[in-house]
Each structure stands twice: as structure tokens, then as C-alpha cells.
Design a protein around this ligand. Sequence first.
Ligand SMILES: Cc1cc2nc3c(=O)[nH]c(=O)nc-3n(C[C@H](O)[C@H](O)[C@H](O)COP(=O)(O)OP(=O)(O)OC[C@H]3O[C@@H](n4cnc5c(N)ncnc54)[C@H](O)[C@@H]3O)c2cc1C
Length: 383
Amino acid sequence: MTEQNSRTDAEMPVEIAGAGPAGLAAAITLARAGRQVVVHEMHREVGHRFGGDYQGLENWTTKEDVFKVLERQGITTDFNAPPGDNCTIYDPAGNEHRIKSDEPLFYLVERGPGPGTLDSALLEQAQSLGVDVRFNSRLREMRGEGILAAGPRAADAIAVGYHFDTDMDDGYWAICDNELAPEGYAYLLVANGRGTVKTCMFSGFKQEKRYLERTVAAFERLAGMTMRNPQPHGGSGNFHIPTTAYSGLHPRVGEQAGFQDALWGFGMRLAISSGVLAAQSLLSGENYDRLWQRELKPQMDAAVVNRVLFSLASNRSFTRFFSYLSTRKNLRESLRWQYQFTFPKRLLSPWARRRYESHRKDVTCDHVDCYCIWCRGDCCVHD
Ligand SMILES: Cc1cc2nc3c(=O)[nH]c(=O)nc-3n(C[C@H](O)[C@H](O)[C@H](O)COP(=O)(O)OP(=O)(O)OC[C@H]3O[C@@H](n4cnc5c(N)ncnc54)[C@H](O)[C@@H]3O)c2cc1C
């Protein structure tokens, strides 16, 4: 008997593919419970695909503030996160709608390897708990216990734009106009002399250059945007509610599983929560599918209905919708309600799911166990 075979599962390190929020949240949860964990990250640093991107950590899907939720999950909150309680939204006619909430709608976080970012904080917490994070290590197969946290596998939406320096005051702006961001929205986030401007598109990907030019011109005109040293940046998102989030015996977490907010692409919380749930399932033996379907699926189902309704909205209906939003006193609560899988949403769900199809095939592996990372026909080696 080899030394490896003589060790019990609980003594063997759990392998995790990917040091994004999902993989690191899983690693932290396992390490806190005393398990040995090795995280493989194919890049030389955390948050490589984001490098300084500003993102919103949404604060509307739970009644409890997201920071309380993170604390309860045992996940660090030691990263910079100024609260976002107001935003200026422009409708397609250029009318301004000021939106204000009593409680933060989101927290602005920075992604990437630098100080104060979400990714660095998660890495630091994982390493302080003894997690072995191996950079420049691309995992191609997984033989023992492990979690697949390798990010998106298809592009259902793309966000393209720039990171830049600026003299503008801090603020948050968005434009909903199908001429700038088909079926999506354009946004501008500025804090501490740095900014992110993006068009987030759910269709028309091939014309991204044209939509980005229009987005930049619109923010210059409407919000007085000024950019110094603009650096192009972009990425994709994968939205998919799988029938099972296992590949063989291995749980898939975050965008690797397709877990995303189909309405607007706020995927960070789903990534962290699914990482925590997958780790808990390994620790307790509880079925991971049962856990994420109970904790995460209702809000994803609601988001799919929201997405289909949003994508059918004309430019005229945006104007009415934002006028309504700007009159809401408790906007966080209104948004939270939109993400509840309420009776009307349940009724619309089969129709919405038929209309909304991820660009990714459902590649769920139905083998008893599978040693590959991707579990895709073209690179999958089944025993
Ligand atoms: C431009 C843009 C803006 C966004 N804005 C927001 C926002 O405002 N709010 C929000 O909530 N969400 C936002 N998102 C979505 C959010 O960033 C993702 O949902 C989240 O990062 C997903 O986390 P993850 O851990 O699943 O995947 P990732 O963050 O992609 O991490 C996966 C990691 O796995 C590594 N990896 C891949 N393959 C392997 C392998 N074989 N072996 C080892 N390592 C591997 C990758 O290098 C990567 O580091 C945005 C996304 C984009 C692209």
C-alpha cells in the first residue's frame, strides 16, 4: 500500500483549481475546519484578470448587510469597501435620475493583486490559515478530493472599457440605453482619483468597439468624465443554472458552475457563497447540490426572469422605470424584493428559462467520477 493510499481522506490535502473569490472562500472554510488545502492558481498573482478593476459588492440580495453575511461565513472583511448609497442614472434621452438609498446598495471594491483589494484580503486570510497557494500552477486533472473554481467557461455577457486616472470627484453613474450597451448597461465608477468605465453588453458582442466609443462619449457629455492614462480592460461572464454543480465527484463553484447574477452580472457574492457551501459539503458529507439549490438557486431563478424582462425593455420603458426608482425611499429593500423568487416570478420562470439560454452547453459530466478539470468533450479524459 502506498503512503498516499494509507492516509484517510481527512488527512489528504483538498485541491482547489483557481484562486478567485470562489476558490479562496472554499479554501478558507476548509482550513478553518482544520483541513489541509492546496490552491492552484494558473497566473502569477490573484485577481490577474481584473488588475485594478472597481466592482460593486451588491448589498441587496439579503436583508442582512453583506459584511454581516461575510462575517457569519467566516470570510474576511479586511478590504477597502466604501459604501455606495447613491448613484446617478441616465435614461436613453439623457435625463438624469438621482437614486439614493438609506442603506448602502453596494460596496465599491477593488479587484486584483494590489493592497486593499478583495483578492489580496482573501489570499492573506487563506495563507494565514495555512493554505498552500501555488501560483503559476495550472491544474489539469484532479485525482483526490477537490473543488473546481476556475472561473467562467463561456461568455454570456461581456464588459469592456478602461481603467484610468482622473481629477473627477468620487461618484457612481450608469446609463441604460440599448445604443450603448445592448440589453445591458454602461457604468462609470470613480474613487480616489481612479476610475472604471465599461459597457456591459448581453448581445452585439462583435460591435463592442462601437458601443464602447459611444459609452465613453456619453459619459464625457453627461457626467463630465475625464480620463488620463486610460488602460483598456474587459472580461466576460457566464450565467448558467446547472442541473448539478458536480463534475464527477468534484463540486464546481462560482462562475465555473455558471453561478452569476443573470440580471446585471453581480457575481462576487455568489462566488464566495458557493465556495463556502462546497467546502461545507466536503466537511459534513452533505450533498452540495442540495445546499446551493436551497441557498442560492431561488435568487438565480429570479434573476433569470428579471433578465428576460430587462432584455425585452425598450428605451422608453427605461425612462419610466428609473423615474419610479428615484421615488423609492427604501431602494435596497425594493431591489431585494426583485431578487425574491415570488409567486409571479415562479409563474414566469418556465417561460423565462426557455427564452434565456446560456451560450454554454450544459456540459455536466454524468460519469460516476471524472478526473478532468474541464469535463468538456474536447479535453476530457474519462477513465
Ligand atoms: C469586467 C467585469 C466586471 C465585473 N463587475 C462585477 C461587479 O461589479 N460586481 C460583482 O459582484 N461581480 C462583477 N463581476 C463578476 C465577478 O468578477 C465574478 O463573478 C467573480 O470574480 C467570479 O469569481 P470566481 O472565483 O468564480 O472566478 P474568477 O474570479 O474568474 O477566478 C477564477 C480563477 O481561476 C484561475 N484558473 C482558471 N483555470 C485554472 C486552472 N486550470 N488551474 C488553476 N487556476 C485556474 C483563474 O486564473 C482565476 O484566478 C465582473 C466581471 C467582469 C469580467
